[in-house]
Design a protein around this ligand. Structure first.
Ligand SMILES: [Zn+2]
Length: 117
């Protein structure tokens, strides 16, 4: 798996993590009036597990970092917008250039960074 694929998949995993967290929050159900069946939640969790296994195999260190950051910030990967980290809002130094050769983390908060169009 290339770094680019890894990051895209990790970003998708985070989407699933946030979604699972949301549908399991009773306030969400109350506020939106949307009921998500337990079957659907189980399906999401199964998919989550499958992707997590793939990612852990491809890059154990980065996967572990994701889990660690997720416990700390509620997310482990974030987008770069206008050369700014959208987790801690620090401006990234000019020396940081998006590349597929390595996975880049924020020098300020150490979150994993992704550049999306
Ligand atoms: Zn940051």
């Amino acid at each position: 798996m290339s770094n680019k694929e890894f990051l895209k998949k990790l970003y998708f995993l985070q989407d699933l993590d946030l979604l699972i967290q949301q549908v399991e929050d009773p306030q969400y159900t109350e506020k939106t009036g949307l009921q998500v069946s337990p079957d659907k939640v189980e399906e999401l969790k199964r998919k989550r597990k499958e992707i997590a296994q793939e990612l852990r195999k491809a890059n154990p260190m980065m996967y572990q970092r994701y889990e660690m950051l997720r416990r700390k910030y509620g997310r482990g990967i974030t987008r770069v917008v206008n050369r700014m980290c959208t987790n801690c809002f620090a401006a990234l130094p000019a020396s940081i250039i998006p590349t597929d050769e390595k996975i880049i983390t924020c020098p300020n908060c150490s979150i994993i960074l992704i550049w999306l169009e």
